[in-house]
Ligand binder design. Structure first.
Ligand code: PLP
Length: 185
């Protein structure tokens, strides 16, 4: 789970995990704090062993420990220290949750603006899917040639698949990006 909090909210975004929890006796969950704590360079996340059977989770833990020891041995500490400090203090935790909410709303707002600017030029194509998608990214219906033109002619970078990072948009660049996409459509 790499984007908790970027969908609807911290709680609702765990719906998939709750389904696993109901259906499975034991499963692993890997979560990342790279995005929702803005700690991309610190490699901070966790592997959770979730089991309805306490003996089973203890056995798994015993088996995982030697793998950790022979693999990376000691995890990086700095990012983990930041996350622990924030989540252990209610004032800091609330500040973090509020910032995460603002970030999600900002991204949603960028989705609406992008869809609106693109639809203005291209009335034949329905760009509502950009608004309805969740999280940091969207796949825009562009082919490899259009993506190359965006990069070479306009300095707008996205993946060959049309995957664009919506979080990279802001009030200053959204018009330019939308106009550039419109030029290659
Ligand atoms: C779906 C998904 N999982 C995991 C990651 C990586 O997480 P981490 O930075 O904690 O390795 C990313 C992006 O970097 C991602 O998009």
């Amino acid at each position: 789970m790499a984007y908790q909090g970027f969908g609807d909210n911290l709680e609702s975004d765990t719906i998939g995990i709750k389904i696993f929890e109901k259906k499975l006796n034991t499963f692993f969950l890997a979560n990342s704090f790279s995005k929702n704590f803005g700690l991309y360079n610190e490699r901070i996340g966790a592997l959770h062993i979730i089991s309805h059977n306490k003996d089973m989770s203890e056995t798994i833990l015993t088996n995982i420990q030697p793998i950790v020891r022979s693999n990376y041995s000691n995890p990086p500490f700095h990012g983990a220290g930041i996350v622990t400090e924030i989540l252990s203090d209610n004032v800091l935790k609330n500040l973090w949750m509020n910032e995460l909410n603002s970030m999600r709303k900002r991204i949603h707002n960028m989705r609406s603006l992008l869809s609106e600017h693109l639809s203005r030029k291209q009335s034949k194509v329905d760009f509502d899917y950009i608004i309805n998608q969740k999280g940091m990214f969207s796949i825009i219906d562009l082919d490899g040639k259009q993506v190359t033109r965006l990069k070479d002619e306009f300095g707008v970078y996205l993946l060959k698949s049309g995957r664009i990072n919506i979080a990279g948009l802001n009030d200053s660049n959204i018009r330019y990006v939308a106009d550039s996409i419109n030029s290659v459509l």
